[in-house]
Design a protein around this ligand. Structure first.
Ligand SMILES: [Zn+2]
Length: 242
């Protein structure tokens, strides 16, 4: 395999390998019920942004994505590699990358629990131990707009709402989860969903839950397994059905 330069999303990963990882991320999120044919994962490279194309008769469910389907856009969202059109909401990705040089991957989903919790704009309480080590700040960010992010202006508004966070609700729409790699962004999205499920369940009881304290979160973070281990598990979930 040729080692290409120009990729800094995951050190040592080729462009082709990164396209496979972006496609795999879509299949994993689909397997977990967090996306259907909508939503997209992207990764930044020095040569552009790798992203899932717009859904079409050829690009259908996320469960069928392969690396060869991936396209590359520039920072304005213009197609620079591939045959398929960029997603209408490519500006979610471009405007976040523009403002956050630390972010190498963006996950956008309409995952059900986190999206529902975003409707009530309530703080996301740290309730579950491992998810709380990833989603430690109850203020996960909220962009109070249900519109499709179909231009750079809306993307910029969303990116401003994200600020320096790892997450943000798109109210009445979905979420974004950011990371230093595709793997990290996906794991964060999964942890956000688990934490949101617990929050919704507790909210429905009307009872006050015991929250995990900042000190406990620090301990959990120091003992937590690396993202690579969790990614290996998620990958197996998808490979088991192939
Ligand atoms: Zn969307």
């Amino acid at each position: 395999m040729t080692h290409q330069t120009g990729t800094f999303a995951v050190q040592g990963t080729t462009i082709a390998g990164l396209k496979e990882t972006v496609a795999l991320a879509g299949r994993i999120l689909n397997k977990l019920g967090m996306v259907d044919y909508l939503g997209h994962v992207s990764a930044r490279t020095e040569g552009g942004i790798i992203i899932k194309p717009k859904h079409s008769p050829k690009i259908t469910g996320m469960d069928k994505l392969e690396g060869r389907h991936m396209i590359v856009v520039d920072v304005d969202g213009t197609l620079i590699e591939g045959d398929e059109a960029p997603p209408a909401e490519v500006f979610i990705h471009t405007e976040i990358y523009r403002r956050r040089p630390d972010v190498q991957a963006v996950v956008h989903t309409h995952q059900p629990a986190a999206t529902t919790l975003g409707l009530v704009a309530t703080p996301l309480k740290p309730l579950l131990h491992i998810p709380s080590s990833y989603v430690s700040d109850p203020d996960v960010g909220l962009w109070p707009c249900p519109l499709l992010v179909t231009n750079a202006q809306l993307g910029a508004e969303l990116a401003d709402s994200v600020g320096q966070r790892d997450f943000c609700h798109l109210q009445g729409h979905g979420i974004v989860a950011l990371g230093g790699s595709v793997e990290e962004a996906v794991v964060r999205a999964v942890m956000l969903e688990e934490q949101a499920q617990a929050n919704l369940a507790v909210l429905s009881t009307g009872l006050e839950p015991r929250e995990i304290t900042p000190g406990e979160i620090e301990q959990l973070q120091s003992h937590r397994a690396p993202v690579a281990g969790r990614w290996a598990y998620l990958r197996e979930l998808v490979e088991a059905i192939q």
